[in-house]
Design a protein around this ligand. Structure first.
Ligand SMILES: [Zn+2]
Length: 253
């Protein structure tokens, strides 16, 4: 795909995402940039991988309803620029790597498999009625707690990683790249949970009596740090995890 067509297409799709409330203004710009890189270098196969992640994740987040897990205010406005780059940044890097070799496919698909596994696991896990436990200690925690895992969420995550591998096969990528991406996605998802349970900053809002990943809770109250690194939020952990998933996929490819 020529660069001009790629930029036009990704900008158009990002604006659609903005119009239906899936992206904030900065999220729209980030999505247009990530999409342009993937469309320009990855063509139709790259576009299919990105579409799989973006549509499935957004549909789960914004269409499944919020019976058990109320989305924070910021989430209801759509994905932010930081969120888009945390989930799609390494996939764009993979697209640029295609200029030097086929390993870029493993990087792109591995990063997207991780992002999709983590998104599916979170969206299904936080709506499940089954107990959620911290991946490190097994201690029962509230669904939605950083580092918390549940059987339905874990199964959804495995399906998310395998689903990205399946799309990679469908669009004609080598089976070795599809399998490497699936494995990278599973390892990246595990890393996301372990980092979430250990070094990710977690805060507590006294007014709402709820744990939160944000220094300022969505109610406006300044939350008190409970554990982890104060500067390392969910977006930072996602960025590290998708990078690791991409690296594992590249190593296995
Ligand atoms: Zn609060």
């Amino acid at each position: 795909m020529t660069v001009l067509v790629a930029v036009a297409l990704s900008t158009g799709l990002a604006l659609v995402g903005r119009a239906i409330g899936w992206l904030t203004p900065r999220g729209t710009i980030a999505a247009a940039l990530v999409g342009a890189a993937i469309f320009a270098a990855g063509g139709v196969p790259g576009a299919a991988l990105l579409a799989m992640f973006f549509v499935s994740g957004s549909a789960l987040t914004y269409r499944l309803g919020t019976s058990r897990f109320q989305l924070p205010q910021a989430e209801r406005r759509g994905r932010t620029g930081r969120q888009v780059l945390a989930n799609g940044g390494w996939a764009a890097v993979g697209a640029l790597l295609l200029v030097v070799g086929d390993g870029g496919w493993a990087v792109m698909a591995g990063a997207l498999a991780t992002a999709q596994a983590d998104t599916w696991a979170t969206e299904i896990g936080t709506r499940s009625t089954q107990p959620t436990r911290l991946i490190t200690s097994g201690r029962p925690v509230t669904p939605g707690t950083s580092g918390g895992v549940s059987p339905p969420g874990t199964v959804a995550g495995l399906l998310g990683a395998a689903g990205m591998g399946g799309v990679a096969l469908l669009v004609g990528l080598p089976s070795s790249a599809a399998m490497a991406a699936t494995a990278g996605g599973i390892i990246g998802m595990l890393a996301d949970s372990i980092l979430g349970a250990t070094i990710q900053g977690v805060y507590y809002c006294g007014r709402c009596a709820a744990q939160t990943e944000r220094a300022v809770h969505h109610c406006g109250e300044r939350a008190r740090p409970v554990r982890g690194l104060r500067w390392l939020g969910n977006d930072g952990v996602n960025f590290v995890a998708t990078g690791l998933g991409a690296a594992v996929a590249l190593a296995l490819y």
